[in-house]
Design a protein around this ligand. Structure first.
Ligand code: ZN
Length: 655
């Protein structure tokens, strides 16, 4: 990548990309009064609308789960983007040309904007859908019919047909004003001696972003004379299509995955369709690649968790050797992920699409609900290779299985697995424990050689290659998260008082005014200092305010709240900042200067009262005879404080 995006451009993106527009692409917002809007939170499962957006401040916050931030943060969270990716996408949307800081990486010529590539895909998808009704597409319709999909199903999933004519899409999109370069970059068009359509004579599934935008296609072979042998072809990597991130069906499954904290990973486009039609609305598939870290990251976001993975990820493997290998490989990977991973295998090896055809929707739902924990599936596979009726068979089975169990990094799981292993083999649990301990010792002596062997044996490349789009899409590389089970090691933080405690109500309300009405507050808040905030989190928010030029700076700058957020590193303070930026102020009318002055004076009055109490206490402990100078100084201070408190009170009352 080229150098860092310039700060001015990021600021401009924040200013021009309206947060309510962006959020509305994902959440239905309605007016909540006071310039605020609300809807159902996309980040957690809820029935009441706790998710607030304040367009004028460019902020969102959920009072249910605490997620909050500006338009860039929103896009990062909802679509799993990096900061730079989110800024780039918003820049394209708002027509801002991003400039980069001079970096050590030379910047190549800029390719077509994302918006152009998306538009080309939108038009291509429309074009292909239209083609599905032509006489030429008979084989495509027959294929769909043979897999149990009618016209409605095809329409729901936007299935289309790429004609056999080699450049019909190219001509169509050229007519719509796209340049050959744009079309080649998009991946829709190939270029040899001339330009040609990438997909010819194939049945097509549009692959969509979570937001519903088409970014690529998956294409199934239909004709025996197709010169490309592969049964499935996918869009090549492009600026908008990254196969390591893409999950087919996510646009349809997103809500249900969030609601149920469950995701089902199937192996192909027709399986996704079959699952959804059968009522398993959480099904997605990888496209032409194994399930990896990035896919796990994407899912984790939609499963509505904040930090660690919650919920279930269910893989539908073939029960065959490839599926078992994929499962075993996953087992050697990340343990947090593994403990939440399940496997749904149909005994006769049917995939969800076949199953729906032969046995109906109910059978598909049963397949998923009959899921098995991954570790049990893996251990089961190991044990089937031995004759457990023979003593030597049991010994060998125990030795191999114990090696697997001991490789589980989450030690809290090891005991449960060991007991289960013992009962599966039919031996005493103590015998199994001893063998697991020996296996662990062997692994330690061998420098983790057992795990290395496992990883080597089950490299993804060792599988036969690409027939179904997600061929071998086991949770192969589902690693790269935190190593398992070390959560309890963190030292306990000192308890923080409840932010909603009435003691801090005035501090909270003042900060809301500061963040939401900086212009009205600017003058009144001149005397406010960090000492006026007794809650450490509120004090932290005020410090960020002060460091960003105070409310006066905010009055003149729409991006101020975002800059404040950048100054805060404490996650709690960050969440509080976005909450304060959107929570309705407790004023029946639009807060004016008089209201704000009254408010700020009350806050200062409280500070004065606290100091009065402090000084009085010290006075009582000081002898006027022994220390007359200090006593008099404190007495003067007390008088001054009392005077200040009166002034503030009169100001607060008189306006
Ligand atoms: Zn929420």
């Amino acid at each position: 990548m080229a150098g860092r995006i310039r700060d001015e451009d990021i600021a401009e993106v924040r200013e021009k990309a309206r947060i309510d527009d962006v959020v509305s692409g994902y959440v239905t917002l309605r007016n909540a009064g006071g310039g605020s809007m609300k809807g159902l939170c996309p980040f957690h499962d809820e029935k009441s609308a706790s998710f607030h957006v304040t367009p004028s401040r460019g902020f969102f916050h959920c009072f249910g789960c605490g997620e909050g931030g500006d338009v860039i943060n929103f896009l990062m969270k909802i679509d799993g983007l990096s900061f730079t990716e989110a800024v780039e996408r918003l820049a394209d949307k708002t027509g801002i040309q991003l400039r980069r800081e001079e970096g050590d990486v030379p910047q190549g010529p800029r390719g077509p904007a994302r918006g152009r590539l998306i538009e080309a895909h939108r038009l291509a998808a429309e074009f292909y859908v239209d083609q599905l009704t032509t006489p030429d597409a008979l084989a495509a319709r027959q294929f769909l019919g043979s897999r149990g999909f009618d016209q409605d199903a095809a329409a729901t999933f936007g299935v289309g047909y790429a004609p056999r004519d080699g450049e019909i899409l190219f001509r169509h999109l050229r007519q719509k004003g796209f340049s050959p370069d744009e079309l080649v970059t998009s991946g829709l068009i190939g270029q040899g001696r001339s330009h040609y359509d990438r997909f010819r004579g194939r049945l097509l599934w549009p692959i969509r972003e979570a937001s519903g935008e088409v970014i690529g296609f998956g294409a199934r072979r239909l004709y025996d004379d197709d010169r490309i042998e592969a049964k499935y072809l996918n869009t090549p990597e492009s600026p908008i299509y990254k196969k390591s991130h893409v999950l087919y069906g996510l646009d349809l499954a997103r809500k249900e995955i969030g609601r149920s904290s469950q995701a089902v990973i199937v192996e192909g486009y027709t399986d996704v369709m079959a699952c959804h039609l059968a009522g398993v609305g959480t099904a997605v598939a990888t496209c032409g690649t194994a399930f990896g870290d990035d896919h796990a990251r994407v899912l984790r976001r939609f499963m509505g968790d904040h930090g660690e993975l919650r919920g279930e990820v269910i893989f539908t493997f073939d029960g065959d050797a490839a599926g078992q290998k994929a499962a075993l490989r996953a087992f050697g990977g990340d343990q947090n992920f593994v403990s939440q991973t399940y496997v749904a295998v149909e005994p006769s090896g049917m995939d969800p699409c076949d199953l729906r055809l032969e046995k109906g929707d109910e059978a598909v739902r049963e397949l998923i609900s009959g899921r098995t924990p991954l570790y049990r599936f893996v251990l089961g596979n190991v044990l089937t290779r031995y004759d457990l009726d023979r003593a030597d068979g049991r010994v060998d089975a125990l030795r191999e299985a114990a090696g697997l169990v001991s490789s589980v990094r989450d030690k809290s799981k090891v005991e449960a697995f060991t007991r289960e292993l013992a009962s599966s083999i039919g031996i005493d649990p103590d015998e199994a424990r001893a063998e697991v301990r020996r296996a662990a010792a062997r692994a330690a002596r061998g420098g983790g050689r057992d795990q290395g062997r496992l990883a080597q044996q089950q490299r993804p490349g060792s599988q036969q290659s690409g027939q179904q789009p997600g061929q071998g899409s086991g949770p192969g590389h589902a690693s790269g998260q935190q190593p398992g089970g070390s959560a309890s090691a963190a030292p306990e933080a000192p308890p923080v008082p409840n932010l909603r405690d009435p003691r801090f109500a005035l501090e909270r309300e003042t900060l809301k005014l500061v963040l939401q009405h900086p212009a009205a507050v600017a003058n009144a808040a001149r005397d406010v200092t960090v000492h006026d905030f007794t809650h450490p989190t509120y004090a932290g928010v005020w410090q960020a305010v002060a460091a960003s030029g105070g409310p006066a700076a905010g009055a003149a700058d729409a991006g101020w709240t975002s800059r404040l957020r950048d100054r805060i590193t404490d996650p709690l303070a960050m969440a509080v900042l976005s909450a304060l930026a959107v929570e309705p102020v407790l004023s029946p009318r639009e807060p004016d200067t008089a209201y704000v002055v009254q408010h700020v004076n009350k806050l200062l009055e409280l500070t004065a009262a606290r100091r009065i109490a402090d000084v009085k206490s010290r006075l009582q402990r000081t002898s006027p005879q022994q220390d007359p100078v200090e006593y008099n100084r404190m007495f003067q201070e007390l008088m001054a404080l009392e005077q200040r408190r009166r002034t503030l009170r009169e100001g607060a009352l008189g306006g």
